[in-house]
Design a protein around this ligand. Structure first.
Ligand SMILES: [Zn+2]
Length: 334
């Protein structure tokens, strides 16, 4: 066994592929990290935080995304009253409650917002993750809100849609965070038992415990262009294995090639696309015309059944005839 120590230093900016983030400009204006185009805040919002020049998908908050999905309509939040506690009294560079308070100051109360809404005319429940809240990490509240949202979908008999953007389980909650992986999966089992569809949209980035639990269980799975979808990010894998990975490792387009996602869809087209899908999935099943093979099998079964019913009578007739023509004698064998 090698005694060579493994470096666990964080290579923030010297990595080959830093996660693109918009440049800081005065006010709310943004600069595209890919093509360097600059946009005013109202232009960004009008284009759903997608670069109008090169289609780069910027990070987007959960509430903004719900507004876009509901096309400006109302949505009713589910589980918004739940707040994180600090059961482990966890302290890293700062206490966990301080991190929560800093994140809450940006406008959200957790890394997921769940709501009932109408999406392109279809009633559904949506659970939207927000990477801006502690890296979209899944702790007890994220798992519980997700479970409550799934329960609500079952109670209302409507589909469940999720949009993921997460660095994985929340380390400040330890094993309590890992338990949410099982909890969310059980919720989806109950949704499946109720015969309701689960549609998953993977946004940048979807990694760790979220990808390893509910994010990979969609009946239909879409991904946004350029989203990183992997259990571990490429830098972690390269540091561990000391091997170079392909440039497109874990990106949505590559996951499509390998069959992990069903389609890569532009954010601006997602509501219409999901709405059409939900309309199809909720159609009552049509009576299928019987194939020739089915008809033959059915006829064969019917014939066999009628023969079985007639067999005792035929046997008796045959027996009578035989007995009538050739009476049984002592020593005869039947
Ligand atoms: Zn651009």
């Amino acid at each position: 066994m090698s005694r060579r120590p493994i470096s666990v230093s964080i290579d923030r900016l010297r990595g080959r592929r830093p996660v693109p983030s918009p440049a800081k400009l005065p006010g709310d204006d943004r600069e595209c990290p890919r093509c360097k185009s600059r946009f005013r805040a109202d232009e960004m919002r009008r284009n759903q935080f997608v670069c109008a020049a090169c289609d780069h998908h910027f990070p987007i908050g959960a509430r903004d995304r719900l507004d876009f999905m509901a096309d400006g309509g109302d949505w009713t939040e589910i589980g918004g009253e739940l707040r994180a506690t600090d059961p482990l009294r966890f302290v890293d560079l700062q206490p966990y409650p301080d991190r929560i308070r800093s994140a809450e100051a940006k406008g959200n109360t957790e890394a997921i917002v769940c709501a009932e809404l109408r999406l392109a005319g279809q009633a559904c429940v949506a659970a939207i993750m927000d990477f801006g809240f502690l890296g979209g990490s899944m702790g007890s509240v994220v798992g519980e809100r997700f479970a409550k949202a799934a329960d609500h979908a079952v109670a209302r008999g409507i589909p469940f849609v999720t949009v993921t953007s997460s660095g994985g389980a929340r380390m400040q909650e330890g094993v309590l965070a890992l338990m949410q992986m099982a909890k969310t999966i059980v919720s989806l089992d109950e949704l499946a038992d109720a015969g309701l569809p689960f549609v998953c949209v993977l946004a940048h980035p979807t990694t760790g415990g979220v990808w390893a639990s509910f994010a990979s269980l969609g009946d239909v799975t879409y991904a946004e262009p350029g989203a990183l979808i992997a259990f571990s990010g490429p830098r972690v894998i390269e540091q561990t294995t000391r091997e170079k990975l392909p440039e497109d490792f874990g990106l949505a387009e590559q996951q499509l090639v390998h069959g992990h996602v069903d389609a890569v869809v532009d954010r601006r087209e997602l509501p219409a696309r999901i709405g059409r899908l939900l309309a199809i999935l909720q159609q009552p099943p049509k009576a299928q015309p019987q194939s020739l093979a089915t008809q033959l099998a059915q006829n064969g079964t019917d014939r066999a059944a009628s023969m079985a019913r007639a067999l005792p009578q035929l046997s008796k007739k045959l027996m009578d005839r035989v007995m009538g023509e050739q009476p049984r004698r002592p020593g005869d064998r039947w």
